[in-house]
Design a protein around this ligand. Structure first.
Ligand code: AMP
Ligand code: MG
Length: 344
């Protein structure tokens, strides 16, 4: 995540002219959380829509400053420098930590927000990639343990040497917060694209049809292999294609298996999660990628309370989709001949 936030209001016809026309889209692009975010708001009242735009940009900026792992003064950086002592953080950060730790628990550590030293060792934070030795990885894996994070009220303590990284859940958290703000305003239709495949659909499209969101083909990241229809729903994808490097003919991606501190190789190329909660989408897409197809499908069967559905793409190109997506999931043009296995 970077400190710098660049906001550009791209389409804002009704706002700028001051006229009040129904359902004029307001689109803006923001750089935050190390990614480009595209927000589209359809409001009936241009003044209110402008106010919502102002609030959203302020909230994105505040979240970026609080959660950035690289920002000097962020809550996360201060926790990581805490050397075992409790560090006071903003109530919102403590709440996100609590929710993220719950996802770590329920996924039995497939998601582990203390993987940061390993993420750094592979060079993913600054883009200076390297392959750590077996001994280094064993030592890094031994220190990954979300259960060691102590959260009491708004105070967080981490054992010396451990470090947090909310990269696997921060965009989802932002999606839920922004969607709540939009729903609390008079805006009944909005699309919040938080970059790197975290999307929240607020309501339906202005005409009443569901939003149609493409799912990236991990084998050809420039194209979509499927379309999911979303209405008041979030979607998040994790995949090895999103961030990786190549060395000596091998590919190393950014999603690590906390048990080995090495890239998770469970046979999957990507996992997409659909849920009313963007945080669940973000956290579980990372966790299910680590678990792999069989364990991930069983996790879906075992956790109906998390209200999610999933699409798995295996490294061999096979496509699997959980039964609850039937009617909302379809193959994209050019992919109609592909087989989709429905998981029950
Ligand atoms: P995502 O793109 O949401 O799947 O999150 C991946 C990011 O989360 C990586 O870039 C790392 O910063 C971090 N990360 C990698 N592996 C894990 C893991 N198993 N649990 C939690 N965070 C992880
Ligand atoms: Mg994630």
């Amino acid at each position: 995540m970077r400190k710098r936030i660049a906001c550009a209001l791209l389409v804002c016809a009704a706002l700028l002219s001051g006229c009040k026309r129904a359902a004029e889209p307001v689109k803006f692009t923001t750089f935050a959380m190390d990614t480009v975010m595209d927000i589209t708001l359809y409001g009936q009242d241009s003044d209110k829509t402008a106010a919502v735009y102002e609030t959203l940009t302020a909230q994105i900026s505040a979240l970026d400053s609080a959660l950035s792992v690289t920002g000097e003064d962020s809550d996360i950086a201060r926790i990581n420098r805490g050397s075992g002592a409790p560090v006071e953080v903003a109530p919102g950060t403590a709440q996100l930590l609590s929710q993220a730790l719950e996802l770590c628990r329920v996924t039995e550590g497939a998601l582990d927000i203390t993987a940061y030293p390993a993420v750094k060792a592979w060079g993913f934070t600054v883009g200076e990639h390297r392959v750590p030795s077996k001994e280094e990885l064993a030592a890094l894996a031994a220190d990954i343990d979300y259960a060691a994070v102590q959260l009491e009220g708004d105070a967080v303590a981490l054992p010396d040497g451990m470090e947090l990284d909310l990269g696997a859940v921060a965009k989802g958290c932002a999606g839920d917060i922004l969607a709540r703000e939009v729903r609390d305003s008079d805006i009944s239709s909005a699309l919040l694209d938080l970059g790197q495949s975290t999307i929240v659909a607020v309501g339906a499209k202005p005409g009443g049809q569901p939003w149609r969101i493409g799912v990236v083909d991990p084998a050809q990241p420039g194209t979509y292999f499927a379309v999911v229809e979303l209405e008041d729903m979030a979607m998040g994808t994790s995949g090895g294609y999103q961030r990786y490097f190549e060395q000596d003919g091998a590919i190393y991606w950014h999603i690590l298996d906390p048990r080995t501190a090495a890239p998770a190789r469970a046979g999957l190329a990507s996992v997409t999660v659909v849920s009313p909660s963007a945080l669940v989408c973000d956290g579980l897409s990372t966790a299910l990628f680590v678990m792999g197809l069989d364990e991930g499908a069983q996790f879906w069967r075992d956790h109906p309370e998390l209200e999610f559905e999933a699409i798995f793409v295996a490294e061999n190109g096979e496509i699997y989709c959980t039964a609850g997506l039937e009617g909302r999931f379809s193959l994209a043009e050019g992919y109609e001949a592909r087989e989709v296995v429905v998981l029950e």
